[in-house]
Design a binder for this molecule. Structure first.
Ligand SMILES: [Fe+2]
Ligand SMILES: [Fe+2]
Length: 145
């Protein structure tokens, strides 16, 4: 049983919704969907880095290669999110659909990496500490909500 599996589907759905709203030039909907997604997703990445990746890196016999790669993805995703946010701030919509599509594809790849490789590996390695880590993940998400 993979006790660490978490739901990325809602985040993917929110970005998909932004992309569809771009096609309809419904900028108020893009704005509110993106802002809500961004705040929740930042919190998600923060919790992963602070509660999960740190615990994994500290576990005997592991290397930081997997978490380094996932953190690099987070940095790239954050940059894309910042860029989209800046475009929304100034009401510049021409490239928005493309930027949101790129964010969507980048996120999907990152989620696949987490779900198919990292989370099964971490679930097994960190199984004895699952209660502490689950509580820690929840705490980090709640604090930033
Ligand atoms: Fe992540
Ligand atoms: Fe994740």
């Amino acid at each position: 049983m993979n006790w660490l599996n978490h739901d990325h589907g809602n985040f993917e759905l929110a970005v998909y919704k932004c992309r569809t709203a771009c096609d309809a030039s419904d900028w108020p909907l893009v704005q509110c969907t993106f802002r809500e997604f961004a705040s929740r997703y930042k919190s998600h990445m923060h919790a992963e880095e602070e509660a999960l990746f740190l615990a994994y890196d500290a576990h005997p016999g592991t290397t930081t290669d997997p978490t380094d790669s996932l953190k690099a993805d987070h940095t790239q995703i954050l940059r894309l999110m910042e860029h989209i946010s800046e475009l929304l701030d100034v009401g510049s919509y021409e490239s928005l659909a493309e930027d949101v599509s790129l964010l969507y594809r980048t996120m999907i790849k990152h989620h696949e990496k987490e779900e198919e490789i990292f989370l099964p590996m971490a679930s097994e390695a960190l199984f004895p500490n699952r209660d502490t880590i689950t509580a820690d993940l929840k705490r980090h998400i709640t604090v930033r909500d």
